[in-house]
Design a protein around this ligand. Sequence first.
Ligand SMILES: Nc1nc2c(c(=O)[nH]1)N[C@H]1C(S)=C(S)[C@@H](COP(=O)(O)O)O[C@H]1N2
Ligand SMILES: [Mo]
Length: 325
Amino acid sequence: MLIKRNSNGIELPFASEITPRHVFESRRDFIRKLAAGSIAGGALLEMAAREAFAATSAQKLAAQPNPAYVVLDKQTSYKDATTYNNFYEFGTAKESPARYASAMKTRPWTVSIEGEIKKPMTLDIDSLLKLAPLEERVYRLRCVEGWSMVIPWIGYSLSELIKKVEPNSNAKYVEFVTLADKEAMHGLNRAVLDWPYVEGLRIDEANHPLTLLTLGMYGEVLPNQNGAPVRIVTPWKYGFKSAKSIVKIRFVKDQPRTAWNLAAPREYGFYSNVNPQVDHPRWSQASERRIGEDGLFTKKRPTLMFNGYSQVASLYTGMDLKKFF
Ligand SMILES: Nc1nc2c(c(=O)[nH]1)N[C@H]1C(S)=C(S)[C@@H](COP(=O)(O)O)O[C@H]1N2
Ligand SMILES: [Mo]
């Protein structure tokens, strides 16, 4: 295990361990009450937000909670959400991203937006932060491996960016290409995937308001291990569709060749909608383990169709979801 020590030989904790827990507890409580309708009014909202944002150690990121996108399940702790990760560029063990992702430099950082659009552009992170009002949305995210988390993300609908670049009629899909930096990412030395990690969505999926261009979580900018400085979160699909540390967004005519689909096409389809009725070839997808609830006697939770986001069902009318898994 890699332990950081200061010049006196004292062990230094990870940044996540020095971020006060009460900050997240109070935010969680506030958002739950807000969504339940027991708090209202701009003044209260501002007060609670100010209190909640005080005293964090990482770079804060202010955002307006959007009660229309809040699941009421108990939120995953910041510690779990930042130490149990999949980010294979930093190794395949769940704890590896938290240990190694600090080697990734997230500023300066640009995202190049290309392909079948009228206005190709390269945006830096500050421009992305200003492109639309930042919202906080609490989404469930379920990994194809059978575990899930509930995380307060910060960002805005990807559709805000899409409308700025004006796709033409050839733009049927959107491809997300992520960072592949051999210096910072030791995982690239192993051919687990065909690097860079690439993911994609159909244009209507990309334009669905739920699809979040994500720049932060828990009131702060994204930690590196969660995909800093910018990622996608598509909560009705298995977690691997939510590409981290994006450097390029391409609008294309044909269905993108995505990293997991190339690596194991029978196991990871292009759509990968959360679907309890379509098992992974090697395990059932009917239930899930919620991270933080995994005591010896804790029951698994039933997995919901589209991870509970039934509002996306109309995107797939007429499609056989067993065939297009
Ligand atoms: N670039 C990149 N993005 C990625 C991954 C990855 O290995 N590399 N893993 C995916 C998987 S399998 C999951 S479950 C989610 C996990 O996101 P989280 O660690 O923020 O919870 O990130 C996804 N995005
Ligand atoms: Mo995953």
